[in-house]
Design a protein around this ligand. Structure first.
Ligand code: ADP
Ligand code: ADP
Length: 218
Protein backbone atom coordinates (compact mmCIF):
# COMPACT_ATOMS: atom_id res chain seq x y z
CA UNK A 1 0.00 0.00 0.00
CA UNK A 2 1.05 3.58 -0.75
CA UNK A 3 3.35 5.19 1.79
CA UNK A 4 4.20 8.65 0.46
CA UNK A 5 0.77 10.19 0.73
CA UNK A 6 -0.35 13.77 0.22
CA UNK A 7 -3.77 14.88 1.47
CA UNK A 8 -5.33 17.46 -0.81
CA UNK A 9 -8.51 19.51 -0.49
CA UNK A 10 -9.71 22.93 0.66
CA UNK A 11 -9.43 24.16 4.24
CA UNK A 12 -12.12 22.40 6.26
CA UNK A 13 -12.48 19.42 3.90
CA UNK A 14 -11.39 17.04 6.65
CA UNK A 15 -7.73 16.45 5.75
CA UNK A 16 -6.45 16.66 9.32
CA UNK A 17 -9.25 14.48 10.70
CA UNK A 18 -8.62 11.77 8.11
CA UNK A 19 -4.84 12.08 8.30
CA UNK A 20 -4.88 11.36 12.04
CA UNK A 21 -6.92 8.19 11.46
CA UNK A 22 -4.87 7.09 8.44
CA UNK A 23 -1.58 7.69 10.19
CA UNK A 24 -2.57 5.26 12.92
CA UNK A 25 -3.94 2.68 10.52
CA UNK A 26 -0.94 2.79 8.17
CA UNK A 27 1.73 3.43 10.83
CA UNK A 28 3.23 6.45 9.08
CA UNK A 29 3.74 9.83 10.72
CA UNK A 30 1.18 12.57 10.15
CA UNK A 31 3.03 15.71 9.15
CA UNK A 32 0.81 18.79 9.18
CA UNK A 33 2.45 22.01 8.00
CA UNK A 34 -0.21 24.13 9.74
CA UNK A 35 0.41 22.33 13.02
CA UNK A 36 4.18 22.80 12.79
CA UNK A 37 3.67 26.50 12.12
CA UNK A 38 1.30 26.84 15.08
CA UNK A 39 3.74 25.05 17.38
CA UNK A 40 6.48 27.45 16.31
CA UNK A 41 4.13 30.34 16.87
CA UNK A 42 3.35 29.17 20.38
CA UNK A 43 7.03 28.76 21.18
CA UNK A 44 7.80 32.11 19.57
CA UNK A 45 10.64 30.74 17.45
CA UNK A 46 12.01 32.80 14.55
CA UNK A 47 9.99 30.64 12.16
CA UNK A 48 6.84 31.20 14.22
CA UNK A 49 7.31 34.97 14.34
CA UNK A 50 7.87 35.03 10.60
CA UNK A 51 4.77 32.93 9.83
CA UNK A 52 2.44 34.75 12.27
CA UNK A 53 1.28 37.57 10.02
CA UNK A 54 0.59 35.29 7.03
CA UNK A 55 -1.37 32.78 9.08
CA UNK A 56 -3.55 35.40 10.70
CA UNK A 57 -4.40 36.95 7.35
CA UNK A 58 -5.17 33.55 5.85
CA UNK A 59 -2.32 33.98 3.35
CA UNK A 60 0.33 31.39 2.56
CA UNK A 61 3.70 31.52 4.30
CA UNK A 62 6.39 32.06 1.59
CA UNK A 63 7.52 28.94 -0.25
CA UNK A 64 11.22 29.04 0.70
CA UNK A 65 10.47 29.02 4.44
CA UNK A 66 7.78 26.36 4.14
CA UNK A 67 9.84 24.09 1.91
CA UNK A 68 12.86 24.25 4.24
CA UNK A 69 10.65 23.40 7.22
CA UNK A 70 9.14 20.34 5.52
CA UNK A 71 12.48 19.19 4.16
CA UNK A 72 13.88 19.16 7.68
CA UNK A 73 10.84 17.30 9.02
CA UNK A 74 10.70 14.54 6.44
CA UNK A 75 14.43 13.94 6.69
CA UNK A 76 13.95 12.59 10.21
CA UNK A 77 14.19 8.82 10.68
CA UNK A 78 10.53 8.39 11.66
CA UNK A 79 9.65 9.18 8.01
CA UNK A 80 11.90 6.42 6.64
CA UNK A 81 8.94 4.12 5.93
CA UNK A 82 6.67 6.83 4.55
CA UNK A 83 4.83 9.97 5.45
CA UNK A 84 1.34 11.38 5.38
CA UNK A 85 1.53 15.03 4.40
CA UNK A 86 -1.37 17.28 5.36
CA UNK A 87 -1.33 20.93 4.22
CA UNK A 88 1.80 20.59 2.12
CA UNK A 89 2.31 21.08 -0.81
CA UNK A 90 0.00 24.03 -1.40
CA UNK A 91 1.64 25.69 -4.43
CA UNK A 92 3.25 24.45 -7.64
CA UNK A 93 6.80 25.30 -6.44
CA UNK A 94 6.13 23.37 -3.22
CA UNK A 95 4.94 20.33 -5.20
CA UNK A 96 8.08 20.44 -7.34
CA UNK A 97 10.26 20.83 -4.25
CA UNK A 98 8.56 17.82 -2.68
CA UNK A 99 9.37 15.66 -5.72
CA UNK A 100 12.94 16.80 -5.49
CA UNK A 101 13.35 16.17 -1.78
CA UNK A 102 11.77 12.70 -1.97
CA UNK A 103 14.17 11.81 -4.73
CA UNK A 104 17.18 13.33 -2.86
CA UNK A 105 16.25 11.29 0.19
CA UNK A 106 15.75 8.12 -1.87
CA UNK A 107 12.12 7.89 -0.89
CA UNK A 108 10.71 7.37 -4.36
CA UNK A 109 7.74 9.49 -5.33
CA UNK A 110 4.39 10.66 -4.09
CA UNK A 111 2.30 7.58 -4.68
CA UNK A 112 -1.19 8.55 -3.60
CA UNK A 113 -3.06 11.84 -3.26
CA UNK A 114 -6.51 11.53 -1.71
CA UNK A 115 -8.31 14.74 -2.65
CA UNK A 116 -11.31 15.47 -0.46
CA UNK A 117 -14.02 17.68 -1.94
CA UNK A 118 -16.82 19.41 -0.07
CA UNK A 119 -19.20 22.21 -1.17
CA UNK A 120 -17.99 25.71 -0.17
CA UNK A 121 -20.88 26.48 2.18
CA UNK A 122 -20.12 23.33 4.17
CA UNK A 123 -16.47 24.39 4.50
CA UNK A 124 -17.37 27.63 6.26
CA UNK A 125 -19.66 25.83 8.71
CA UNK A 126 -16.98 23.26 9.43
CA UNK A 127 -14.18 25.76 9.98
CA UNK A 128 -16.07 28.22 12.14
CA UNK A 129 -17.25 25.37 14.40
CA UNK A 130 -13.86 23.67 14.56
CA UNK A 131 -12.19 23.28 17.95
CA UNK A 132 -8.55 22.20 18.14
CA UNK A 133 -6.65 20.49 20.94
CA UNK A 134 -3.73 22.44 22.37
CA UNK A 135 -1.49 19.47 23.04
CA UNK A 136 -1.53 17.50 19.80
CA UNK A 137 -3.85 19.21 17.34
CA UNK A 138 -6.74 16.71 17.48
CA UNK A 139 -9.79 18.31 15.88
CA UNK A 140 -13.44 18.37 16.89
CA UNK A 141 -16.52 20.26 15.79
CA UNK A 142 -19.04 21.80 18.14
CA UNK A 143 -21.96 20.26 16.20
CA UNK A 144 -20.62 17.63 13.77
CA UNK A 145 -18.00 15.94 15.91
CA UNK A 146 -18.34 17.16 19.48
CA UNK A 147 -15.98 16.03 22.25
CA UNK A 148 -17.47 13.93 25.05
CA UNK A 149 -16.89 16.79 27.46
CA UNK A 150 -17.20 20.36 26.13
CA UNK A 151 -13.87 22.15 25.80
CA UNK A 152 -11.78 19.03 26.52
CA UNK A 153 -9.93 16.72 24.12
CA UNK A 154 -11.20 13.10 24.18
CA UNK A 155 -7.70 11.75 23.47
CA UNK A 156 -5.40 13.64 25.79
CA UNK A 157 -7.66 15.75 28.02
CA UNK A 158 -6.06 19.02 26.92
CA UNK A 159 -7.96 22.24 26.33
CA UNK A 160 -9.84 22.73 23.07
CA UNK A 161 -9.53 26.19 21.57
CA UNK A 162 -10.77 28.05 18.54
CA UNK A 163 -7.95 28.90 16.13
CA UNK A 164 -7.54 32.61 15.48
CA UNK A 165 -7.71 31.97 11.76
CA UNK A 166 -11.03 30.08 12.02
CA UNK A 167 -13.14 33.26 11.81
CA UNK A 168 -15.56 33.81 8.90
CA UNK A 169 -13.36 36.54 7.42
CA UNK A 170 -10.09 34.64 7.46
CA UNK A 171 -11.76 31.41 6.40
CA UNK A 172 -13.24 33.15 3.34
CA UNK A 173 -9.79 34.37 2.38
CA UNK A 174 -8.22 30.94 2.95
CA UNK A 175 -10.76 29.37 0.59
CA UNK A 176 -9.95 32.04 -2.01
CA UNK A 177 -6.22 31.37 -1.62
CA UNK A 178 -6.85 27.64 -1.97
CA UNK A 179 -8.76 28.06 -5.25
CA UNK A 180 -6.03 30.19 -6.74
CA UNK A 181 -2.83 28.59 -5.45
CA UNK A 182 -3.58 25.03 -4.40
CA UNK A 183 -6.38 23.81 -6.66
CA UNK A 184 -3.98 23.64 -9.68
CA UNK A 185 -2.17 20.82 -7.86
CA UNK A 186 -5.18 18.60 -8.52
CA UNK A 187 -4.23 18.59 -12.22
CA UNK A 188 -0.56 18.15 -11.38
CA UNK A 189 -1.25 14.91 -9.51
CA UNK A 190 -4.02 13.77 -11.83
CA UNK A 191 -1.61 13.87 -14.76
CA UNK A 192 0.75 11.69 -12.77
CA UNK A 193 -2.05 9.18 -12.19
CA UNK A 194 -1.90 9.34 -8.39
CA UNK A 195 -5.01 11.40 -7.61
CA UNK A 196 -7.79 9.66 -5.65
CA UNK A 197 -11.03 11.63 -5.59
CA UNK A 198 -12.94 11.36 -2.33
CA UNK A 199 -16.39 12.75 -1.50
CA UNK A 200 -15.97 14.64 1.77
CA UNK A 201 -19.61 15.47 2.37
CA UNK A 202 -20.43 12.30 4.28
CA UNK A 203 -19.72 11.01 7.77
CA UNK A 204 -16.12 10.93 9.01
CA UNK A 205 -16.15 7.12 9.04
CA UNK A 206 -17.61 6.91 5.52
CA UNK A 207 -14.89 9.25 4.21
CA UNK A 208 -12.27 7.12 5.94
CA UNK A 209 -13.62 3.91 4.35
CA UNK A 210 -13.62 5.56 0.93
CA UNK A 211 -9.98 6.64 1.31
CA UNK A 212 -8.89 3.22 2.59
CA UNK A 213 -10.50 1.39 -0.30
CA UNK A 214 -9.00 3.84 -2.82
CA UNK A 215 -5.56 3.37 -1.22
CA UNK A 216 -5.81 -0.40 -1.29
CA UNK A 217 -5.83 -0.22 -5.10
CA UNK A 218 -2.55 1.75 -5.20
P1 ADP B 1 -8.82 20.36 7.24
O1 ADP B 1 -7.62 19.73 7.88
O2 ADP B 1 -9.03 19.89 5.83
O3 ADP B 1 -8.82 21.86 7.35
P2 ADP B 1 -10.30 19.27 9.51
O4 ADP B 1 -9.99 17.81 9.50
O5 ADP B 1 -9.64 20.11 10.51
O6 ADP B 1 -10.10 19.87 8.02
O7 ADP B 1 -11.89 19.40 9.64
C1 ADP B 1 -12.54 20.67 9.68
C2 ADP B 1 -13.70 20.61 10.67
O8 ADP B 1 -14.74 19.78 10.12
C3 ADP B 1 -13.37 20.04 12.03
O9 ADP B 1 -14.13 20.74 12.99
C4 ADP B 1 -13.82 18.57 11.93
O10 ADP B 1 -14.21 18.03 13.19
C5 ADP B 1 -14.99 18.66 10.99
N1 ADP B 1 -15.13 17.50 10.10
C6 ADP B 1 -14.13 16.79 9.50
N2 ADP B 1 -14.63 15.81 8.73
C7 ADP B 1 -15.98 15.91 8.81
C8 ADP B 1 -17.08 15.17 8.23
N3 ADP B 1 -16.87 14.15 7.40
N4 ADP B 1 -18.34 15.56 8.56
C9 ADP B 1 -18.55 16.61 9.40
N5 ADP B 1 -17.58 17.33 9.97
C10 ADP B 1 -16.31 16.99 9.69
P1 ADP C 1 -6.43 24.19 7.30
O1 ADP C 1 -6.63 23.25 8.44
O2 ADP C 1 -7.48 25.23 7.26
O3 ADP C 1 -6.27 23.51 5.99
P2 ADP C 1 -3.68 24.62 7.98
O4 ADP C 1 -3.63 24.31 9.43
O5 ADP C 1 -3.20 23.60 7.04
O6 ADP C 1 -5.14 25.05 7.62
O7 ADP C 1 -2.88 25.95 7.68
C1 ADP C 1 -3.07 27.12 8.46
C2 ADP C 1 -2.22 28.23 7.87
O8 ADP C 1 -0.81 27.87 7.95
C3 ADP C 1 -2.46 28.55 6.40
O9 ADP C 1 -3.54 29.45 6.19
C4 ADP C 1 -1.12 29.19 6.01
O10 ADP C 1 -1.01 30.51 6.49
C5 ADP C 1 -0.12 28.34 6.80
N1 ADP C 1 0.33 27.17 6.01
C6 ADP C 1 0.13 25.87 6.30
N2 ADP C 1 0.66 25.08 5.37
C7 ADP C 1 1.23 25.89 4.44
C8 ADP C 1 1.93 25.68 3.23
N3 ADP C 1 2.17 24.44 2.75
N4 ADP C 1 2.39 26.77 2.56
C9 ADP C 1 2.19 28.00 3.02
N5 ADP C 1 1.52 28.28 4.14
C10 ADP C 1 1.04 27.24 4.86
Amino acid sequence: MAKQIVMLGPPGAGKGTQAKMLSEKLSVPHVSSGYIFRENLREQTELGKHADVYINRGELVPDDVTIAMIRERISRPDCDEGVLLDGFPRTAPQAEALDEMLSDLNKGQVDAVPCITVPDEVLIERLTGRRTCRAQGHVFHIAFNPPKEAGKCDYDGSELYQREDDTVETVTNRIRVYLKQTQPLIDYYQQRGVLLEVAGDQSIDAVFDEIMSALSGV
